[in-house]
Design a protein around this ligand. Sequence first.
Ligand SMILES: N[C@@H](CCC(=O)N[C@@H](CS)C(=O)NCC(=O)O)C(=O)O
Length: 232
Amino acid sequence: MCEPVKVIGTRFSAFSHRAEVALRLKGVPYELIAEDLDNKSELLLRSNPVHGGKVPVLLHGDRTAVCESLVIVEYVDEAFDGPPILPSDPAGRAAARFWAGFLGVNHCWRLLWLALWAADGDARAGFREEARARLALLEAQLEGKRFFAGDGIGYVDVAASGLAYWLGAMEEVAGVSIMDAADFPALCRWAKEYTSSDVVKGCLPDWDELVAGYAASTDKFKLVAQHAAIYQ
Ligand SMILES: N[C@@H](CCC(=O)N[C@@H](CS)C(=O)NCC(=O)O)C(=O)O
């Protein structure tokens, strides 16, 4: 009998999506325990005490909770049968981990966040240029490929998923265009392909709800940008 698999998360979070989509790629049934991040559950705080109750957290039977989205994706890849998410060869795995790390907070999302939500217009424009320079490096990675992983969705695609959907919702709410089709045709085409995949579609939030949720959180987002305390 299979042990229950649960994701503590929210579909408003692109990091949370990484955990869900990894399970779906493997064909693992799971339950999403939806969190309100403004009013975190005891279960979440208990399961991820080190990072103060960040989502996602994966619960697998009675094992220790798995925290950090990319750690979860790797755990899912190793713990369950099904198509591999990471490349099988060490060099491919190393490259995939490098780009997945690049798509984390320190290299990409901090700049994107500041480009969207920094209070000062000039500073925001500067962050936008820096963020776009990072996106240009990703654009080049897609050359001649349908997905970052090749013909199908793999580790880097999962890591990049925030750019495929959640960034667009934030751009709409903030009124800032960062990843436009004129300068990033490959990334925009990839985003369409990624979000059209049946596996992915099954765990995307409703667009209007996402936009409304972000619109309601704008003050909080700006405050986070002001303190540059953006998610680690
Ligand atoms: N590095 C973490 C980042 C996770 C993260 O920042 N999650 C956000 C939602 S997008 C969160 O839980 N925020 C609530 C908080 O920080 O209190 C990961 O990859 O899992």
